[in-house]
Every structure is written in C-alpha cells, then in structure tokens.
Design a protein around this ligand. Structure first.
Ligand code: ADP
Ligand code: ASP
Ligand code: MG
Length: 424
C-alpha cells in the first residue's frame, strides 16, 4: 500500500465526461488499496475567464495591486477550483468511493500575504492523514490557500501543481502524480515540435530551469518544493485509458519521473529546449557609469513587483556613460516605463527605448557543466537560419537567447535538431 497524491490539470477536468474519466483513474488507485488525495485545477479556460472578469471591472487601486484589490481578485479566481473539487467528489461518490472535497482554507493550506502570487508556508496534514485512516479520499481544490489576514489567497497561475507537491510533502506521500494533457515531460513543447521526445527521467535542477524558462508543464515553485522535500513526482497523461496495463504500476507508472540527478544513468549534454514568449526589451541609453546606478534602476523596478530577467550592461568607451539593456514580461512594460521615468533624473540617462514581442529560447542540460562549445553550437545554428540574437545569458546548465518573437518556433526547432534531440 502506498500514499499517493494525484493532481489533475484544467484540460483533464474540462467537462463532466473528463471528470468521470478522472474519477476512474482515482478509483484504480483506491481499488489497489492505496491512500489517495486528489488535487484539482479549475476547468480549462475557467481561470482565464475569471481573471478577465476582474480585469474588466473599473480600475481602483487596492491592496497589493495598482489596479484592483488583490484579495478580491483571489476571492474571484479561486472559485474555479471549488467547483471541480465538488464535482469530482460527487463523481467518486457515484462510483461508491468514500470521498469529500476540501477547500484550501479548510485544511488549512497556510500561505503568506502576497495575494495573487502567494507562497505556501505551512500545511497541517494531520486531518488528511486521519481521513486516510478512515478510508476517505480527499479531493482538494488546488491553487488556493489561506493567508494570514484570514482571506483566500491564490498561488499564481499554474499553482495547482504546487498545491499537489506541497500536500504530498505534508502527508509524506510516496508519490505525487501530475496528470495533464501530455504523457510526460518532452525534450521541448510537443505543441511546437512534433518530433519532441518524451523523457523517462528529468533531474530536479533541469526541470527547475525548464519550468523557469517557460515550459509550463509544471509550475516553477512545485519543482522547487519537490526538490527540497524529495517528493517523487511523475508527469503523466489523464487521457490514457485508466485501466490500461501498467497504469497502476506503483514503481514505474507511464510518464516522466522528476528525480535526483544520480538516478539518471544516461546523461545527455542537452536535455531540453524551452521558450518564453511575450518578453519586452528595454534599453536605457547613455546611463551614467558610476557605482549605485544598477541599484538605482533595478531597486525601484523590484519594489514595483516587476520581474527583470536578462540584463546586459556595456562597458563604456570613456568611463562616463554606457547603455543598459534588460527584459521584462511584455505585460509589465508600461509599468516599468513609468517607474523608469520617475528615476530618470536621479539615475541619469538620456533615453529609454523599448521593443515588445521578443522571445527567449533556452537550451538546458546538466551535462553542459562538463562540456565546452554548447553555446557556440547554438549561436551558429541560429545564424545559419538568419535569426538575430539580441541578448544572451548563461549559467552552468543553461543558455538563454533573446530573439524576435516571430522566429520563436523556428529557433526552437533549430536548436532541438542541432543537439540531436529529435533522434531516437
Ligand atoms: P495542466 O492544465 O494540466 O496544468 P498545462 O497546460 O499547464 O496543463 O501544461 C501542459 C502543457 O505544457 C502541455 O500541453 C504542453 O503544451 C506544455 N509544455 C511546454 N513545454 C513542455 C515540455 N517540455 N514537455 C511537455 N509539455 C510541455
Ligand atoms: N486554475 C489555475 C490556473 O489556470 C491553477 C492551475 O490550473 O494550476 O492558473
Ligand atoms: Mg498547469
């Protein structure tokens, strides 16, 4: 007998038929004698609709947000998961399974105060464990928790993955299965590159980079938690037949295992390619070249909650003025420009330029640590396709390249092929 957390994403619970299909996956594990907690997302498209409603309201600045009260945003957008948790509990009951729904506040899943992008701080798993002992299946609304102000908080988009891994850690589950609309983690997004291959195993660190650099198959925070708490996490498909052979395998279920790097026997130099669209590039021209300038620019941006990503600073010719280029999410560009205008005098720069519609493509692999020339291969491959590189950042296990948005798909496929990722 094992203790398993099963998480089902939006497409997996998109309508009543799919919810019944999910219930069959749950039944399989219950029938095998396992203790099961289920975490659900909202029906696909629902959260976007709810966010759209909030954004369509008159703008009044409020707690944590310049446009609306983020606590009320959370009250609205958390509702999608409440619906699916109840529906799945009913579906399970109709199959004779003892199940009940739990909202984040009922467990409770305690978060910090950052409404809209809250972090889980503590989960008391004792109630859930007690109910396991009574043979009850817990169906938990993902994406939501209870903030210190006693109000509902949401965990940021894609946050149900994080709910699932955090619950798995809290109840010391043997496994956390993330069921989605693909049957595992691929060498790149299979929607962009049909030749992408499923990976049997991915190291936590690589998955962390892939998720941070745009592979939205897992929320970044869920991978961090899995890594810290050593949660055995599988990514697998909810569209597979729940009763097909091997689906209930307790050790090697079909899918991708996210695990420690020493569990991976055949290490590749490059494991995957990720991309993030909708990046904007901002350049400050003729910035004073003196100590404190970077702090003067990036401090206020951070205070405004704007996530600055790639930063490139040139060496000035005469030691007095230089150019500073960096990227922010396109959605934040107007706010970033407003913040920069305010500090123009104190920091001292001549002009601000900005360019929307950039993309960042990234090459990821722990094998890069011990291999030279990986970056040069990427630059040459992109040059051969006449794709212009606007900025580059590297770390031990990744190379990120900023390019013009329309070239995203071509760049991803080019890099995927140049590192031999489409070869079996
Ligand atoms: P869910 O609603 O189940 O949480 P998501 O849409 O958040 O599902 O994540 C699954 C999607 O992630 C897939 O449909 C796929 O297009 C995308 N994706 C991006 N990169 C990858 C990758 N490397 N491997 C698998 N899926 C990926
Ligand atoms: N429903 C939320 C979202 O769409 C959380 C999730 O699906 O993980 O972001
Ligand atoms: Mg998701």
């Amino acid at each position: 007998m094992a203790r398993i957390v099963m998480k089902f994403g939006g497409t997996s619970v998109a309508d009543l038929d799919r919810i019944h299909n999910v219930a069959r996956h749950v039944k399989r594990e219950v029938d095998a004698g396992h203790e099961v907690a289920v975490v659900v997302s909202a029906m696909s498209g629902k959260t976007n609709e709810l966010v759209g409603w909030v954004q369509g309201m008159p703008k009044v600045s409020g707690a944590n947000s310049p446009f609306f009260d983020a606590r009320e945003y959370d009250a609205v957008v958390a509702s999608g998961e409440q619906v699916t948790s109840g529906l799945l509990a009913i579906a399970l009951q109709s199959m004779g399974i003892h199940a009940r729904s739990w909202q984040g506040w009922q467990i409770p899943i305690r978060t910090d105060n950052a409404h809209g992008a809250a972090r889980i701080q503590e989960i008391d798993g004792s109630f859930l464990v007690k109910r396991f002992g009574e043979g009850q299946v817990a169906v938990i609304a993902g994406f939501q928790g209870l903030a210190p102000d006693n109000r509902i908080a949401t965990l940021g988009r894609g946050g149900s993955d994080t709910s699932a891994v955090a619950i798995a850690a809290a109840v010391k589950a043997d496994r956390c299965d993330i069921y989605t609309d693909v049957d595992g983690v691929y060498t790149t997004d299979p929607r962009i590159e049909p030749k992408a291959r499923r990976l049997a195993k991915v190291a936590f660190e690589e998955m962390l980079e892939m998720a941070s650099l745009g592979a939205k198959v897992l929320q970044v925070r869920s991978v961090e938690l899995a890594m810290v708490h050593k949660v055995r996490t599988f990514v697998r498909s909810s569209f597979d037949d729940p009763d097909a052979p091997g689906m209930g395998d307790p050790v090697n279920p079909p899918g991708t295992l996210i695990c420690d790097e020493d569990e991976i026997v055949e290490q590749q130099v490059v494991t995957g390619i990720a991309y993030a669209k909708d990046e904007a590039q901002i350049s400050l021209r003729r910035v004073a070249d003196r100590p404190g300038v970077a702090a003067g620019i990036f401090g206020p941006l951070a205070e405004a909650g704007i996530n600055v990503d790639m930063i490139v600073q040139n060496i000035s010719e005469d030691g007095s003025r230089t150019d500073m280029t960096f990227t922010v999410p396109s959605a934040d560009v107007d706010r970033a420009l407003a913040v920069l205008e305010k500090v123009r005098q104190t920091v001292g720069f001549d002009a601000i330029q900005h360019d929307d519609g950039m993309s960042k493509v990234s090459v990821i692999g722990i094998g890069m640590r011990s291999h030279a020339g990986v970056a040069a291969t990427a630059f040459k491959a992109l040059a051969d396709k006449a794709i212009n590189i606007r900025a580059i950042t590297t770390s031990e296990i990744k190379i990120s390249i900023l390019i013009d948005g329309p070239y995203t798909e071509l760049a991803v496929r080019t890099l995927h092929s140049v590192y031999g990722l489409d070869k079996h």
